[in-house]
Design a binder for this molecule. Structure first.
Ligand SMILES: [Mg+2]
Length: 213
């Protein structure tokens, strides 16, 4: 069977939360509001992701334990139709891959829960005691255009013939010219730019299998 890849965003798509904002919440209301504001500006396309990435993490300095907690929170807030939708997609020959500007160490436990093997996100660096020591700026999804790079690389490496991207944000939408189909997701946040420009737009992941060739 020809290889078919479906790239799915994590935050506000596979789960209702924004992982980095939830980490910020652990630091109190003020830090939370500051981070949420930066995330929204980036996801609405008003500022570049790379301009907020390090800034948000420097405010939060998440520990390894805290990332693990967010991993459980992703599981607790999974999109209600995600598991059945992923099963239907696999049945139809699609391999789901998570592509996210979120943090690898928080997303991996969630991916395991979903049975998703490949996670393309941003790796954090921890000291031996688990305290925050920075992030790997070479991870493509910490920058604008990063999701395209990930998709292109996986498409080539895995020899994929068809690619689909699903997500709620502007960093997802910018992949539209590079995939066979882009599907906007508005189950949690309906972003007007994504809604108006996406070729397809859904409110539940379970609507997706029927849209694919
Ligand atoms: Mg998202």
């Amino acid at each position: 069977m020809p290889k078919k890849l479906i790239f799915i965003d994590c935050d506000s798509t596979l789960s209702s939360i924004e992982g980095i904002d939830e980490l910020a919440r652990l630091r109190g209301d003020e830090t939370f509001r500051e981070c949420e504001n930066m995330t929204n500006k980036a996801m609405d396309g008003h500022i570049a992701i790379e301009d907020v990435y390090g800034a948000r993490l420097d405010l939060i300095k998440p520990t390894a334990d805290e990332c693990e907690k967010i991993g459980q929170l992703y599981i607790d807030t999974v999109e209600t139709t995600a598991l059945e939708s992923l099963a239907a997609l696999r049945e139809a020959g699609w391999e789901p891959i998570i592509v996210s500007g979120g943090l690898t160490q928080a997303i991996v436990p969630f991916a395991k829960h979903l049975g998703i093997e490949r996670v393309r996100a941003v790796d954090l660096i921890f000291d031996l005691d688990g305290s925050y020591a920075g992030f790997d700026g070479n991870c493509p999804t910490s920058r604008m255009g990063g999701k395209m790079k990930v998709i292109d690389a996986d498409k080539a490496a895995l020899g994929a013939e068809k690619t689909v991207m699903v997500g709620d944000g502007s960093s997802d939408l910018e992949t539209q010219p590079f995939v066979d189909l882009f599907i906007g997701y508005g189950g949690y946040l309906e972003r007007s730019k994504v809604k108006s420009e996406a070729k397809q737009f859904v409110y539940k992941l379970s609507e997706i299998p029927a849209l694919l060739p």
